[in-house]
Design a binder for this molecule. Structure first.
Ligand code: SF4
Ligand code: SF4
Length: 367
């Protein structure tokens, strides 16, 4: 059983959410374990343009200040996406972060995109878990000496919810890793969107794509799952296959998280923000109404315990009557209201099996 510290959403004079964030930082006391000049990755999701419910930059600054007090070097990070969009390559990803307020001025730390400008900066980590021998981790995240994981807790259409485990696993997997987590690795071309422009062909290093008549066609046996065709297609015709068994995707998620955590034993800490608990993840350009009211902030050294506690707190909360979970009852899973196949049980089970963390937790509320 791991300790999970909890600060409720209620605030008053002298007890703002920023004050409470600072108290949680003191409880976890990660600065005591940092050495001078340690590079410390602060992993978060910068949000898409026009998303309004990603983690606010104001929450990040106390972490940066704490790391700097230890004379260590913080940087804000995430890895690029496999879907086409402004976060699919390093330069425009950094611009989105800036546009959404994650500036040196507001947070005190620079943004470094963890897998480089073209998504090819990754390191293979040996895990020997049921689905993988090795996982491919964004290079700068792997090289950082320590990591603070800040997660906006919300729903997800495959994984049930997005918390600490998903933030590090999907967030810091390389493009090939993300494809492997999301799909059956080889993308497909939606023919009615394809204009046969050939752009994907020139980006496909193993020559898996050719133009046949009026459309591009992928030969699965040649595809290495790099995700570049998805990134470069101007028509969004290159798509991820979503037909993978959800349970397997969840198990793989835990295994990828294990590949991030394993080399950082004792030097990775987790903070979940149960604020704006939207039904979908932060990879969309819209924010639907929260499923439940804002709950607060949690902190732990165990990614599984913190997600387990966060999930239970959302389950217990009354549903927002003007949200996707309007028909749910307190105690019922709010996330399955929109996505009924997303029971997160397989992720938790695999996470415990491979030693990522423990589902049982002790919730300790702080004032
Ligand atoms: S880049 Fe997109 S539109 Fe162009 S050929 Fe490839 S799949 Fe078709
Ligand atoms: S994922 Fe990579 S290797 Fe596979 S078809 Fe697309 S560009 Fe080619």
């Amino acid at each position: 059983m791991s300790d999970v510290y909890f600060a409720s959403r209620r605030c008053g004079p002298g007890s703002s959410l920023i004050d409470k964030t600072k108290k949680l930082i003191k409880k976890i006391n990660f600065a005591a374990e940092l050495r001078e000049k340690d590079t410390v990755a602060i992993k978060l999701h910068f949000g898409e343009p026009e998303l309004t419910t990603h983690l606010r930059p104001a929450f990040v600054r106390p972490f940066v200040e704490e790391i700097k007090k230890a004379k260590a070097h913080p940087f804000l990070t995430d890895a690029s996406t496999i879907y086409a969009g402004p976060r699919s390559e390093g330069v425009s990803h950094a611009c989105v972060a800036e546009r959404n307020g994650f500036t040196l001025y507001s947070t005190g730390a620079p943004v470094v995109i963890a897998d480089g400008i073209d998504g090819n900066n990754y390191v293979e980590v040996q895990v020997n878990t049921p689905h993988y021998d090795r996982v491919k981790v964004a290079g700068e995240a792997h090289r950082a000496k320590a990591m603070v994981v800040l997660s906006h807790f919300k729903g997800h259409e495959i994984f049930g919810f997005g918390g600490a485990v998903k933030n590090i696993a999907m967030g810091l997997a390389s493009k090939q890793g993300k494809l492997s987590l999301h799909s059956t690795v080889t993308p497909y071309i939606k023919q009615k969107l394809c204009t046969a422009c050939g752009r994907c062909v020139s980006w496909c290093a193993p020559g898996a794509i050719e133009i046949r008549g009026k459309t591009a066609v992928i030969t699965g046996s040649k595809c290495t799952g790099c995700g570049h065709c998805i990134m470069v297609c101007p028509e969004k015709a290159a798509k991820i296959k979503w037909d993978i068994d959800f349970s397997q995707a969840q198990e793989k998620l835990a295994e990828y998280a294990f590949g991030i955590v394993k080399p950082k034993k004792g030097k990775i800490w987790y903070f979940n923000f149960l604020i704006d608990i939207t039904p979908e993840c932060d990879c969309y350009t819209f924010s639907d109404a929260s499923l439940v009211h804002d709950i607060g902030i949690l902190a732990s050294r165990d990614p599984v315990s913190i997600d387990s506690a966060s999930y239970e707190l959302v389950k217990k909360a009354a549903p927002n009557p003007r949200s996707k979970a309007s028909a749910a009852k307190p105690g019922q899973d709010k996330f399955t209201e929109g996505y009924p196949d997303t029971n997160p049980g397989p992720m938790f089970k695999m996470a415990e099996k491979i030693g990522l963390g423990r589902r049982r937790y002790k919730l300790i509320e702080i004032e």
